[in-house]
Design a protein around this ligand. Sequence first.
Ligand code: BGC
Ligand code: BGC
Length: 616
Amino acid sequence: MNSQKWIRSLTRTRIRLLGGVVMGVAVIVGLWLFISRTQLAVPLLKTCKPECAPADAPYRRIDVPVDERIEDLLSHMTEAEKIGQLALVEKNSVHDLNDITSYGLGGMLSGGGGYPTPNTPASWLEMVRSFQARAQATRLGIPLLYGVDAIHGHANVIGATVFPHAIGLGASQDPDLVYRVAQATTEEMLATGIHWNFGPDINVVQDTRWGRVYETFGSSTDLVTSLGRAYVEGMQATSSMDARAIVTMKAYLGAGAMVWGSATNEDYKIDQGTTTEDETTMRRVELPPFQAAIEAGAPVVLVGLNSWKGAKLSTNHHLLTDVLKEELGFRGMVVSDWYGVYMIPGGEYHAVVTAINAGVDMVMLPFDYKSFVGYVGRALKSGDISSARLDDAVRRILRAKFAAGLFEQPTADGSSLASVGSDAHRAIAREAVRKSLVQLQNKNKTLPLSPNINRIIVAGSVASNLGRQMGGWTVEWQGIEGNWVPGTTILDGIKAAVSSSTTVDYSLDGSFGIVSSKANIGIAVVGETPYAEGVGDNAHPSLSATDLATIDRVRAVSQRLVVVIVSGRPLELPPESNKWDAIVAAWLPGSEGEGIADVLFGSYPFTGTLPLAWPR
Ligand code: BGC
Ligand code: BGC
């Protein structure tokens, strides 16, 4: 080859080489663009990119200490995956279940009335399984937290045992009973695949006009502390294979001490209002139950919707971080309440940033998670929220998930469904009813009644109405009316308690027509209609005119009158009530109405005492 030919061939080779390099670069740039755009469009990759953690990664292993599991899992997580963990979404707001996977949602909940159709224990389990399956499909397979308000049993579920509301348990003053109620509730929750309960409410109640009085154990710090601790211990002690319950202490802090007329929600009067106590008083009166519950191992604190010192609690760095997390050493997670973060004025972005920096770890949105994910992403980019705060929040959320055994057993297998509403649990509920009854008045030894009385008449708005007997947070947020769920009415309990020779006549309003002779005993079962939260705020909780008229009619046709009051709080009684022979406070007894007859007819004594003052 002569030198000219050689030079030409060398040039051709160079050109080809150059072309190859240019092509290669173009392909790489194109690929990079494609991947980055795909990542922008899909918040999380469902496939294993960047890469799946290996099957034997420490976080997947039950033999590894929880703190190590948390750190390992955190080290595998992308920023988007961490942000998703902070979101707690109400189930009816997730219109595309694939969002559970693509957004890597941390938690979901059923608000009051958030049941599946049909509302059966089996369909609850099916529903939660379908959500958990979506969570399992994420890159790291982090299970969801699923929360419900099982505050008097798993009572959103038709067929569950409905225990007396907390105020009745307060009257029992019996920590051992409360422990067993919490255990039974947990068994019913876990049977339906649900780990997380938004309870107990360990607020110390100070104003009986508040619509949430019945959710609390009463007005004494010591009583609330001891029963709250028992409840936490009972829930924590219960497991079903690897699954354990997650208890929530609510509502932090001072929600029982809000001032009448201060509600920020214009439909309410006191709920979501302002607490005016100074910090010394708050620490003395409101804090001890939380301290005790933390010592007992409760993993979650729910932030109240109340304000203190001019701002919503979810903005309060001092109470959420300095006091709770640092001073009390709380290592669990802080969750905000229903839409609570967005109640902070100044726009949604500002609200999210303020709450998370104050110490809120998981945000009960509960509706729109897409905008939330955007806000947190933006705040991390701008430095408004630090990555250290994000990691701290995620650690706390993961700690609750590991503690509950969710990684080992995210749902249930259905083998325990029969425990929902089981005879054993109903027996505990009936015992709780007996122990919650308080004898307010007993003239001429009217009580206990003899089961052998000739004729008893029973009347009143709550005598044969399970819905009223159960109160709010039963099936629906505001409760239900009537007898279409399993349970025993107070009337049926009375009929079952008396001798075969006793006649029991019933009339809703006490109209027994013209009677030839008075009944030996008239029992009027009267009280409140169901309510929940601020809907139940009431300037004058008292017996209705209808109830008073019924009582008068019963009194006119019976030799002795017993009035049983079914209510979530003390009710004002009229002056003539001192002529009623006996008055019994039955609170909101739940599904097992026989517990009332057990005590009226003397099979068991009255042992309940008032958990808060009843003005006379
Ligand atoms: C209530 C909480 C409840 C939550 C979820 C809120 O409005 O204040 O007590 O746990 O809703 O239902
Ligand atoms: C939900 C409750 C919630 C309430 C707050 C209702 O629609 O069912 O769970 O506590 O809204 O306002």
